[in-house]
Design a protein around this ligand. Structure first.
Ligand SMILES: [Zn+2]
Length: 419
């Protein structure tokens, strides 16, 4: 698909490149079919755009459909192809952002263009947002747009975006499509210790490096309790039923899920991974300070308790400073939109069964949910059974099957036609 190939050739690595060129490309493709965009550029070339595809029935609440234009950087030497070459090979489009998430950007544009080509309209207004800066937390993208122009989203009750709607073969005759209805919260923190600097040959019972290391090892070894929230309960029950095993047996269900299991397991508890540690400058000098960073992810309802756990584990004498904090979100399953997602998928794939899951990554849903909008991860993709999809996110040789892109366009079109 030409749109996706073109977008993959535009390097929008965050934060080095900016989204300006990709936003211009998308805006031009939309303007050819009579759609104009609102522009946001809080910093040079850190561009977000929002357009509105008019629906047939203005009385219906508009649906917000969002994607991000930025990508994480790619180290070209690690790849077997040029990550920004837009290569089409072996039935795949290869490049950084193929699944995360320029494929979805391309599909959204293609659907808008298809309505124009046919002279038809979606059932309701579709607000299409293409955000900057998602990969760095969204401060220059969704957060900025939503804070400065909430009026663009007035009346929206539901939103679809990443991460969800991808297929996972569960049995010979059933394929699950995982729709994210919840997202863990994030708390990134910096741990700092100060101690007594001195010569490395002396006895030092106030060593900042030791203090930080103890804090980091307490955090790394801590066993967070399992807590199955409503979304995960529903996931286990539904998938368990499809597999013919009791959903209450978490280990049995997860044991049959292949690479997907690691993400689902992480959605049954809070997690906190130490991610960096620094301090000192010479082998025989005890430095006066040392620090570390940790990446904490908490379940819906756990935010305060998790922050308390983190402070307690860090211990006395080690300060905890929040670098980034984003709330956990959870949306209801029993809404008309979800029913229409199932129908839109089944029209293209009769084996499709949708199941809710909790994303362990954070997305722009964090910002959008501030407007009271229910957020669903639904960027539909029918994937080959043997593809480890979750490993492609931010991974080497990121790629998306051409057939999956076509599928994505067809499913979104079905959904917009009927919902
Ligand atoms: Zn993404």
């Amino acid at each position: 698909m030409a749109l996706c190939v073109d977008l993959l050739k535009i390097n929008t690595s965050n934060p080095t490149h900016g989204e300006g060129a990709a936003a211009e490309y998308v805006a031009a493709a939309l303007s050819e079919v009579g759609l104009s965009c609102e522009w946001f550029e809080p910093e040079p070339r850190r561009t977000s755009i929002v357009a509105r595809l008019p629906g047939a029935d203005p009385a219906l609440a508009p649906l917000l459909v969002h994607a991000h234009l930025d990508v994480v950087p790619a180290v070209a030497e690690d790849w077997s192809v040029d990550p920004f070459g837009g290569l089409v090979k072996d039935g795949y489009v290869w490049g950084r952002g193929a699944v995360d998430m320029k494929g979805m950007v391309a599909a959204m544009v293609a659907v808008a263009r298809s309505y124009h080509a046919e002279g038809s309209r979606p059932r309701r207004d579709i607000v299409m947002a293409f955000f900057a800066d998602e990969e760095a937390g969204g401060r220059l993208g969704a957060e900025h747009v939503i804070r400065t122009r909430p009026d663009l989203f007035a009346g929206c009750e539901d939103a679809i975006g990443e991460v969800g709607g991808f297929s996972h073969r569960i049995s010979p005759d059933r394929r699950c499509y995982l729709v994210s209805t919840a997202e863990k919260g994030a708390l990134w923190a910096r741990l700092d210790a100060e101690g007594r600097a001195g010569h490395g040959s002396m006895i030092n019972d106030d060593n900042a490096v030791s203090a930080v290391c103890h804090a980091v090892s307490r955090i790394a070894e801590h066993q967070f309790a399992t807590d199955v929230t409503p979304t995960v309960r529903m996931f286990l029950d539904r998938v368990g039923a499809l597999l013919g095993v009791p959903g209450s047996d978490t280990d049995d269900v997860l044991g049959r899920l292949g690479p997907l299991a690691k993400m689902i397991r992480a959605s049954t508890q809070d997690t906190c991974n130490p991610t960096s540690i620094t301090g000192g400058y010479k082998a025989n000098v005890v430095p006066s300070r040392a620090s570390a960073t940790v990446d904490g992810r908490f379940l819906p309802g756990h935010e305060e308790a998790f922050a308390r756990d983190l402070h307690r584990l860090a211990g006395d004498g080690v300060s905890v400073e929040t670098i980034f904090r984003g709330p956990a979100v959870e949306a209801p399953w029993d809404v008309p939109l979800v029913h229409h997602m199932q129908q839109a998928l089944q029209r293209e794939d009769p084996d499709a069964v949708i199941v809710p899951y909790m994303s362990t990554a954070f997305t722009d849903a964090k910002w959008i949910s501030r407007l009271g909008i229910r957020c669903y991860g639904f960027s539909p993709l029918l994937l080959p059974d043997d593809l480890d999809f979750t490993a492609l996110f931010h991974g080497v040789d990121e790629r998306v099957p051409l057939s999956a892109l076509k599928f994505s366009v067809a499913v979104l079109r079905n959904l917009f036609d009927e919902y």
